[in-house]
Design a protein around this ligand. Structure first.
Ligand code: PMP
Length: 429
């Protein structure tokens, strides 16, 4: 494959855009450097770079693209939005339609508010929890990533962890002191933290199914115990479902697993590919938000018609019967194929998969927490990533990210991917 144009573009980008990318995880820093490949066009499960190379896409834009690229139903909705005017700064009908649709899928969202990104959604749930409890501290789990706002960049996950900067420069020490980080899938450290600081804790924030140190499910009973301990301390439970909502079922991880939080942060899939975030939860807590309550949150672009219509259209596609069964079916074929391919080449891997999302870890150990994910072989992953890229299979350039299937992937795409993986694993020996 020839990457001449991508390389040249990256050189030019470096002169004008910091690091040449608009989000650090897009750089190839975590896979040994080099120029990231620039895409020109996407359709269904494929995209094409500016040199004309075709890829099967498992990045799915880090999660949002669950229907594949340029899905006709979503494209039609976005076109309609463009024709009718994209921003009014007034209420629209679309916001209400979408709020009702989200609530139908996720009943714990008694009241919602739309924002523009997952970062904003998470940031605001913390403010609302602090307003409601009149406490300041939050507890989070090591390796979970909750966007780039100050409070949650303390011992954060995929992007920062990949870059080896778990604490971002520019986050005040005083802010970091308001955050306690405990390991995922263990309750004893949480108990300990709550014993020490419980009466100061506003909220416990968690990805109920982790997407940021790979796909990691909570052990049976873990979320239930987190919820019980959180409430016992008088704190609120916040689920960050920015990745997990509508990824594994039509609804949230909370609907799949039957554990509901007090507040939920959403993003990614619910925008159908356009910028979006949302947060919501119990009415009595959400009434803290302006204009009803004293917790301020606002947004010029919040609830904009294009994101609303795109999001509604996306949910209309994935609410159809059989969508998650099909993602699961293809996910299982992919998982088996990858395991066999690795085994044939004598390469040790572990795969964590839930439905149409999976992570390959280069290790022979199981991975249920961040420490274990961190200990897996990043150098081997980096080689695998590049071998796959050169065979037209696009993965996220980090050992901590997931592969995401879309409704556009077909069994033949999966077979091609497995064939590419056989060669890629063999090249690692
Ligand atoms: N929470 C989670 C679980 C995420 O994975 C992300 C983004 N990867 C965010 C929050 C932040 O969302 P955004 O990038 O839209 O700000």
């Amino acid at each position: 494959m020839n990457f001449t144009k991508s390389k040249a573009l990256h050189q030019e980008a470096l002169e004008h855009i910091v690091g040449g990318v608009n989000s650090p995880s897009r750089s190839f820093k975590a896979v040994g450097g080099g120029s990231p490949v620039a895409m020109a066009r996407g359709e269904g499960a494929y995209f094409w770079d500016i040199d004309g190379n075709q890829y099967i896409d498992y990045l799915a834009a880090y999660g949002p693209i669950i229907t594949g690229h340029a899905h006709p139903h979503i494209t039609k909705a976005i076109t309609k939005a463009a024709q009718n005017g994209v921003l009014f700064g007034t209420p629209t009908e679309h916001e209400v339609v979408f709020a009702k649709k989200l609530k139908q899928a996720m009943p714990a969202l008694e009241k919602v508010r739309f924002v523009n990104s997952g970062t904003e959604a998470v940031m605001t749930t913390i403010r609302v929890a602090r307003a409601y409890t009149k406490r300041d501290k939050i507890i989070k789990f090591a390796g979970c990533y909750h966007g780039h706002s100050d409070l949650v960049l303390v011992a954060a996950g995929s992007g920062p962890a990949t870059l080896g900067t778990p604490d971002s420069a520019g986050v005040p020490k005083s802010t970091a002191q308001e955050v306690i980080t405990v390991p995922f899938n263990e309750t004893a450290p949480l108990v300990e933290a709550l014993e020490k600081w419980g009466d100061q804790v506003a909220a416990v924030m968690i990805e109920p199914i982790v997407g940021n140190f790979g796909i990691v499910e909570p052990k049976p009973g873990f979320l239930e115990e987190v919820k019980r301990l959180t409430h016992e301390a008088g704190a609120l439970l916040i689920f960050d479902e920015v990745i997990s909502a509508f990824r594994f079922t039509y609804g949230g991880a909370q609907d799949l697993l039957g554990v509901t939080p007090d507040l939920t942060a959403l993003g990614k899939i619910i925008g159908g590919g356009l910028p979006i975030g949302a947060y919501g939860g119990r009415v009595d807590i959400m009434e803290e938000v302006a204009p009803l309550g004293p917790a301020y949150q606002a947004g010029t672009m919040a609830g904009n018609p294009a994101s609303m219509l795109s999001g509604i259209a996306c949910l209309e596609v994935i609410e159809q019967d059989g969508v998650y069964e099909q993602l699961d079916k293809l996910g299982a074929i992919l998982e088996q194929g990858l395991l066999q391919a690795a085994s044939k080449a004598g390469i040790q891997i572990t795969i964590n998969r839930l439905k149409g999302a999976l992570t390959i870890y280069f290790t022979d150990e199981t991975v249920v927490n961040y420490e274990q994910a961190e200990a897996t072989d990043g150098a081997l992953f980096a080689k695998f990533f590049k071998e796959m890229l050169h065979r037209g299979i696009n993965l996220a350039p980090s050992k901590y990210e997931a592969w995401f299937l879309t409704t556009a992937h077909k069994e033949e795409d999966i077979q091609k991917t497995i064939e590419a993986a056989e060669e890629a694993f063999a090249a690692l020996r």
